[in-house]
Design a protein around this ligand. Structure first.
Ligand code: ATP
Length: 604
C-alpha cells in the first residue's frame, strides 16, 4: 500500500468516529446541491413555455418556487456552515488531544530522536491541515462530485449530443488533476519538512538565546535561520508555481467547454429552427410538430444548458482547490498519523501494583545502550538493602544517571534485570513504580507556572504548611519568602526567573513533598552554595533514615557516609564497598576522592 493510500485509509478510519456529523454535513451539502437544479429548470420553463404561450398567470407561482428553492438552499448553507465550524473545532480538538496523549506516552527513546520544533509544527500546523482535508472532502469534495455527476446526467436527458460535446474537456481535466497530485505530493512533503526544520531552529535559538548572546552568535544564527527560512520559501515557491499553472490551466479547459457549448449549441439550435420552419412550411400536423419540438434544441434548452454549464464547471473549479488542499494536507496528515500509529506507547497501568515498598533494589547483570554504536552500561550488578543509602560515583559519562533512568523505566535494559523487593520492575505497573520513587534529576526542570504548582507536582493535595515545610527543608523558604507573590510567583520558562541553585532547591523540595519510599538524587545539590548544601544535606540525611536512597554526587564529601559506594568507569562497575574499604582496595576511587577534595578546597 502506498503512503498516500495508507494515510487516506487512516483518515477514513478517523472520520468513522463522527458518523452523525459526517452524515449531517454530507446531507446538507447534497440537499443544497440538488436545490441548485431548480432555477435552470424554471428558466427553461419561462423561456420555452410561459413567455411564448403568454401564460402570465403562471409567472407568480413559478417565481415563488424559484425563490423558495433559493431560500431553502441558503438555509441549508447556513446550517452547513454552523455544523461544519463546530465539526472543525471538535476535530482539531480531538486530533490535538489524541496526538498529545500519544506523545506523552511515547518512550523516551523516541524523544531522543525527535526535535521539539518538529513536534510543535505537527501540533500547530499539521493538525489543522489534516482537519481541513477531511472537512473540505465532506463540505466541498463530496457535493462537488455529486453536482458534476447530476448536472452531467441532467444535460444528457435534455440533449445527449450537446452534453457529449460539453464533456470533451473532462478527461483532460481528470488527467491534469492526477498529474498535479503526483507532482506535488513529494514536494508538499518536503515543504512540511522544511517548515518543521524552521520551527526546530527557531525553538533551539530561543531556548539557547543566552548562549547565543554570550558567544555573540547573533549573526551566524541569523544566517542559519535565513537559510532554513529560504529552504522553506523555495519549497513553497515550487508548490505555488505548480498551482499557478494547474489552476488556470484547468480553468481554461472549463472555458473551452463553454465555448464548445456556445458554438455547437448555437449551430444545432439554428439547424433545429430551420428544420422546424421547413416542417411548418410542408404543412406537418400538430403532433408531428410537437414531437419534433420535444427533441429539438430550443433557445430555452440552450439557456438551461448555459446555466447547467455553470453548475457543471463551477464544482470542477472547486475540486481543483480540494485537490490542492488534499495533496498538501495529505503530507500533513501523514505526519500526524505516523505518530498516532506508532507502536510502543507506554502502558502506564499495565503490570502489578506495588502494595508496600520495602526498598530493596538489585541490578542483575544489566546491560544497556542508547544506540547500536556503543554500549552505555555493561554487566552491572548492584544491590541496595532497604533503607540503605548507596552512592554511585565515577567520571563524567560513566553511565551513572543511566542507572537511574533504567530504575525508573525511562528505558529498559537490553539484557539483565532490575528487581525491586525481589520483583522484576518489568512486571510492575509504571505508575506504581514511579509513584514509589522520588527523583531529583540532574537538570532541575521547572514548568512555567507558579512555585506552588511546581511543588504540588510532588503532592497534589499538599497543604500550605506542608509546602513551606518542604521549602524550609530544602533551604528554599528564605528566597521564596522574598519573591513577589511568594508561592504564587511564576518561575518563567524552564524556571528562567530563578537561579540554578534556587531551581535545584525547588526540585529538592518537590521530592521531599512526594515522600516516596525510594529517593534518587542525581547531583541534586551541585548548583547550590556550600553552606546551603550542608543544610540540605542535613535534611536529606534526616529524610533518608527511613527510605532507600541512591545518590550520584560530584562532591564526594557528601557521600562518604553512604552504606555502599559503587565506583563506575566507562559503563562498568569497577568496585564497591564502604568509603574506607574502597580507599584501601580501589585506586580509581582513591583518585576520584583526591580530585574531588582538591576541587572542593579550591571552591571554598
Ligand atoms: N539520551 C541519550 N541518547 C544517547 N546517548 C546518551 C543519552 N543519554 C546519555 N547518553 C550517553 O550515555 C553515556 C552515559 O551517560 P550518563 O548520563 O549516564 O553518564 P553520567 O555518568 O551520569 O555522566 P555525568 O556525571 O556527566 O552526568 C554518555 O556517554 C552519554 O553521552
Amino acid at each position: 500500500m502506498s503512503a498516500a493510500t495508507s494515510t487516506t485509509s487512516q483518515m477514513i478510519r478517523f472520520m468513522r468516529r463522527y458518523p452523525w456529523r459526517v452524515a449531517a454535513g454530507a446531507f446538507m451539502a447534497i440537499a443544497g446541491t440538488l436545490l441548485g437544479f431548480v432555477f435552470p429548470a424554471i428558466t427553461q420553463k419561462f423561456i420555452d413555455k410561459i413567455i411564448p404561450q403568454r401564460k402570465t398567470e403562471l409567472i407568480l407561482g413559478t417565481a415563488a418556487i424559484a425563490l423558495g428553492a433559493f431560500a431553502l438552499r441558503q438555509v441549508f448553507y447556513s446550517l452547513r456552515t454552523l455544523a461544519n465550524n463546530a465539526f472543525e473545532l471538535r476535530m482539531t480538538y480531538d486530533l490535538r488531544s489524541e496526538l498529545h496523549r500519544k506523545i506523552q506516552h511515547l518512550p523516551l527513546k523516541w524523544f531522543d530522536r525527535q526535535s521539539s520544533g518538529d513536534i510543535l509544527t505537527r501540533m500547530a500546523d499539521d493538525v489543522p491541515a489534516t482537519q481541513r482535508v477531511i472537512l473540505e472532502g465532506i463540505d466541498q469534495g463530496l457535493p462537488s462530485i455529486l453536482q458534476v455527476i447530476l448536472t452531467g446526467g441532467v444535460m444528457f436527458t435534455i440533449h445527449p449530443k450537446l452534453a457529449l460535446v460539453v464533456l470533451i474537456p473532462v478527461p483532460f481535466i481528470i488527467a491534469g488533476g492526477w498529474i498535479y497530485a503526483k507532482w506535488v505530493s513529494p514536494r508538499a512533503t518536503k515543504a512540511r519538512e522544511a517548515a518543521s526544520g524552521l520551527s526546530t531552529l527557531l525553538h533551539d535559538n530561543i531556548a539557547g538565546i543566552r548562549q547565543i548572546k554570550s558567544y555573540t552568535l547573533e549573526q551566524e544564527k541569523q544566517e542559519d535561520f535565513d537559510e532554513s527560512s529560504g529552504a522553506y520559501r523555495d519549497q513553497q515557491t515550487k508548490l505555488q508555481r505548480a498551482w499557478s499553472i494547474y489552476g488556470p490551466g484547468m480553468g481554461f479547459l472549463g472555458d473551452l467547454g463553454v465555448v464548445l457549448l456556445m458554438g455547437f449549441g448555437a449551430y444545432w439550435c439554428i439547424q433545429d429552427m430551420l428544420a422546424l420552419d421547413s416542417l411548418r412550411a410542408s404543412g406537418a400536423n400538430a403532433t408531428a410538430l410537437a414531437s419534433f419540438e420535444a427533441n429539438a434544441l430550443t433557445i430555452g434548452k440552450l439557456s438551461q444548458f448555459l446555466l447547467l454549464m455553470g453548475m457543471f464547471y463551477e464544482p470542477i473549479g472547486r475540486l481543483h482547490g480540494v485537490n490542492q488542499t488534499f495533496v498538501n494536507g495529505l503530507a500533513s496528515a501523514k505526519r500526524i498519523f505516523d505518530i498516532l500509529s506508532l507502536d510502543g506507547a507506554e502502558k502506564l497501568h499495565e503490570g502489578d501494583e506495588l502494595k508496600e515498598v520495602k526498598g530493596e533494589i538489585r541490578f542483575e547483570d544489566v546491560s544497556f545502550r542508547y544506540d547500536e554504536h556503543r554500549p552505555t552500561v555493561e554487566h552491572i550488578h548492584l544491590a541496595v538493602q532497604p533503607q540503605q543509602t548507596v552512592a554511585i560515583v565515577g567520571a563524567t559519562g560513566a553511565g551513572k544517571s543511566t542507572l537511574f533512568q533504567l530504575l525508573t523505566r525511562f528505558y529498559d535494559p537490553d539484557s539483565g534485570d532490575i528487581l525491586l523487593d525481589g520483583k522484576s520492575i518489568r512486571s510492575l505497573s509504571k505508575v506504581s513504580l514511579r509513584d514509589s520513587i522520588g527523583y531529583v534529576t540532574q537538570e532541575s526542570y521547572l514548568f512555567n507556572q507558579t512555585i506552588r504548582e511546581n511543588l504540588k507536582l510532588g503532592k497534589p493535595d499538599a497543604t500550605e504548611e506542608e509546602l513551606w515545610r518542604a521549602l524550609r527543608l530544602a533551604c528554599a523558604a528564605d528566597f521564596v519568602e522574598k519573591l513577589d507573590g511568594k508561592l504564587d510567583a511564576t518561575v518563567g520558562e524552564r524556571g528562567s526567573r530563578l537561579s540554578g541553585g534556587e531551581k535545584q532547591r525547588i526540585s529538592i523540595a518537590r521530592a521531599f513533598l512526594k515522600d516516596a519510599p525510594i529517593l534518587l538524587l542525581d547531583e541534586a545539590t551541585s548548583a547550590v552554595d556550600t553552606k546551603s548544601e550542608r543544610l540540605i544535606q542535613q535534611a536529606i540525611d534526616e529524610l533518608r533514615k527511613d527510605r532507600t536512597c541512591l545518590v550520584i554526587a560530584h562532591r564526594l564529601s557528601t557521600i562518604l557516609h553512604a552504606d555502599q559506594i559503587y565506583a563506575m568507569r566507562a559503563g562498568q562497575v569497577v568496585d564497591h564497598g564502604t568509603h574506607e574499604e574502597l580507599m584501601q582496595k580501589c585506586p580509581y576511587y582513591a583518585e576520584l576522592v583526591a580530585l574531588s577534595f582538591q576541587e572542593e578546597k579550591l571552591a571554598e
